[in-house]
Ligand binder design. Structure first.
Ligand code: ADP
Ligand code: ASP
Ligand code: MG
Length: 411
């Protein structure tokens, strides 16, 4: 017997028929004698619609009300799946985040899980009941509903798996594993049987949305065995042990290590350039301090060498936070000639633990992009990745060219 947390993403619960299919997959694990808790996302498209309503009502809205609105999607699915399971003769009930409770911090809209009290779910599983948990939502210290940021149901699942000491956390989605790059864009992408926590963390934070970044952080910290699987592959809904997914695990478990394991991209990028900034101590702190106080994540930063005592500073932030970032810069009256923005950029990154011990990885990237005539706006590197910011119109061309340049194409 194993204790399993299963998570089903938006497309996996996209309509009533799919929710019934999910119920079959839950039953398949129960029939194996396993204890099961399930985490569900909102039905596909629902969260986007709810977010759009908030933006339409007011672009700079109250984040606590945003959470009250967008958290409803998951609640619908958890109730529907509980009914589907009951219809199959399985004892099940839905759980909202506040009922467990899943306690978060107060960063509404992108809250972090502070604690999950696993006792009630463990007791329920031990009695043979299936707990169907609404993903993505928690309870803030202000007593109000919070949400965990887009893709947050992955994090609910991994955190729950850690809290109930599950043997496995199975993440069901619309692709059958983690690929060398987004298989929807690069048809020659290869499925990986295993990927290290570190590489998955880097890929997720650089845009591979198959797992939310925080879910991987959480898995790495608590050593949760995460498997990524498709809920579409076999309509007979076999147990996960019969499906070929991707296991996210420790580096030691992987025998064949690749120099580059993947290529990720993120369209959620905006570039901000401050021109004519005076070149003296304290200026960068005056720009980035207020942004960080406003909880805006700044990613890449470049500052040019000065001429005439002034310089240019360019940075990137999330496209969704651009309006707020500009408001902060305006409010603190940043001294500069002009603030220019560009929303049509994409960040493309190559990732691999093998980079630690090999030179020339960045050069291969620059050459492959140059050969396609793609101009690089900003570059940033870390121990196991190289990222470039390029024009959004080149996304697909760049991904394909890099995939081939690093020898990742499937045979
Ligand atoms: P869910 O709704 O199940 O949470 P998501 O849409 O959040 O699913 O994540 C799955 C999607 O992630 C896939 O459809 C795929 O297009 C995308 N994706 C991006 N990069 C990768 C990758 N390296 N491997 C697999 N899928 C990826
Ligand atoms: N429904 C939320 C979203 O679309 C959370 C999730 O699916 O993981 O972002
Ligand atoms: Mg997702």
């Amino acid at each position: 017997m194993a204790r399993i947390v299963q998570k089903f993403g938006g497309t996996s619960v996209g309509d009533i028929a799919r929710i019934r299919n999910v119920a079959k997959r839950v039953k398949a694990e129960i029939d194996q004698g396993n204890e099961v808790a399930v985490v569900v996302s909102a039905m596909s498209g629902v969260t986007n619609q709810l977010v759009a309503y908030c933006n339409e009502m007011a672009p700079l809205h109250d984040a606590r009300e945003y959470d009250a609105i967008v958290a409803t999607g998951e609640q619908v699915t958890s109730g529907l799946l509980a009914i589907a399971l009951q219809e199959m003769g399985i004892s099940a009930r839905s759980w909202a985040g506040w009922q467990i409770p899943i306690i978060t911090d107060d960063a509404h809209g992108k809250a972090r899980i502070a604690e999950i009290k696993g006792d009630a779910i463990i007791a329920s599983m031990k009695q043979g009941h299936v707990a169907v948990v609404a993903g993505f939502q928690g309870l803030g210290p202000d007593g109000r509903v919070s949400t965990l940021g887009r893709g947050g149901s992955d994090t609910t699942a991994v955190a729950l798996a850690a809290a109930v000491k599950a043997d496995r956390c199975d993440i069901y989605t619309d692709v059958d594993g983690v690929y060398t790059t987004d298989p929807r864009i690069v048809k020659t992408a290869r499925k990986l049987n295993k990927i290290t926590y570190e590489e998955m963390l880097e890929s997720a934070s650089l845009g591979a949305k198959v797992l939310q970044t925080r879910s991987v952080e959480m898995a790495m910290k608590h050593r949760v065995r995460v498997q990524v699987l498709s809920s579409f592959t076999d309509e007979n809904a076999p147990p996960a042990s019969a499906l070929p997914g991707t296991l996210v695990c420790d580096e030691e478990e992987i025998v064949e290590k690749e120099l580059v394991s993947g290529i990720a991209y993120s369209r959620d990028e905006a570039k901000v350039t401050l021109t004519g900034v005076s070149d003296r101590p304290g200026i960068a702190a005056g720009v980035f301090g207020p942004l960080s106080e406003a909880n805006i994540n700044v990613d890449m930063i470049v500052q040019n060498t000065s001429h005439d005592g002034t310089t240019d500073i360019t940075f990137t932030c999330s496209r969704t936070e651009l309006d707020r970032a500009l408001k902060v810069l305006k409010d603190v009256k940043v001294e500069c000639k002009e603030i220019a923005t560009d929303k049509s950029v994409v960040k493309v990154s190559v990732i691999g633990v093998g980079m630690r011990s090999h030179a020339g990885v960045a050069q291969t990237m620059f050459k492959a992009l140059a050969d396609k005539g793609i101009n690089i706006h900003v570059i940033s590197t870390s121990e196991i990745k190289v990222s470039v910011l390029i024009g959004e119109e080149y996304t697909e061309l760049a991904l394909r060219a890099l995939h081939t340049a690093y020898g990742l194409d499937a045979a």
